[in-house]
Design a protein around this ligand. Structure first.
Ligand SMILES: [Zn+2]
Ligand SMILES: [Zn+2]
Length: 74
């Protein structure tokens, strides 16, 4: 998944599991993953190498593609 820097539109590089870094303006971002239905933060689950997400509020499994990604400063 390619994300762009909200400040300069430069492509972000992965600097950690849920961290992204912009080499152009040297900003660090935290990736916030939310449920597409209720908007709550969802938990990342790793099973057999596949990544999926669990929403505690909806009480159901969410696919990677249905999750809503937002970037936060820091
Ligand atoms: Zn940038
Ligand atoms: Zn939910």
């Amino acid at each position: 998944m390619e994300l762009q820097c909200p400040k300069c539109d430069h492509e972000l590089v992965r600097s950690g599991e849920l961290k992204r870094h912009c080499e152009n303006c040297h900003s660090d971002f935290k990736l916030h993953v939310a449920c597409n239905e209720c908007g709550d933060e969802i938990e990342r689950l790793k099973a057999c190498g596949a990544v999926s997400f669990w929403c505690n509020n909806c009480n159901e499994l969410k696919s990677k593609s249905s999750a809503v990604y937002t970037l936060q400063n820091g």
